[in-house]
Ligand binder design. Sequence first.
Ligand SMILES: [Cu+2]
Length: 244
Amino acid sequence: MQFIIERASSFAADIDFMILLIALLGGFWFFVAQGILWYFMFAYRRSKNPKAAYVSGEKPEETKWIHWPHYAVIVCDIVIIAFALKIWFGVKQTLPPPDSTIRIVAQQWAWKFYHPGPDNQLGTADDIGTVDELHVEVNKTYHFKLESDDVLHSFSVPVFRLKQDAVPGRIITGWFKPTKTGQFDIQCAEMCGIAHGAMAARIHIESPEDHQAWVKSLRPDQVTKQNQQESTTEQNPSKGTEAI
Ligand SMILES: [Cu+2]
């Protein structure tokens, strides 16, 4: 089935399933209720029933028409809640171990992204900072540390089915795992001021080779240093200890 917005994260299908389930169960009862309403409007129209019947709604054969649909709706609610809890737990309560961590800072009106750089450690000298451009590798699990410099914003990646508020004074940790290469939209989903609508960015989901090439193009010196360090450590594992 072709969706209007494609899916590019490990949990996108779960979120779509949840939306579809709610639409189908809610839609079913909506059409049943509307159908009955329109049937009654025509069946008991004034020309056929000039004198209105007095129905107190207290006899069991009358109250059952309230009770049984009510129970059926509650059963649907329980089905929705059960799936919602399972999916919410998997997406928001669980934090799978990361392959890499990025820092995202929202401000009026741009997104600042901090990538860990060649050493894959955030907060070190080789970090790569960008504005309105996030680069990630496909099929890798990312943690993000989301912050805001000023007001409430919301980090939204429609192809991931991900949306997370950025709250000033807090660092909010979340995760995602891209499953498809390409360039997709990032938007701010929280009214944050006059240029809120212009707060758009792009996520570049790259193959490992393309991602490495991007890192190398911005940090050529560190990439070489990192590779040298790795090869020396492999040749002489005790070297690291000696240095300490
Ligand atoms: Cu914003």
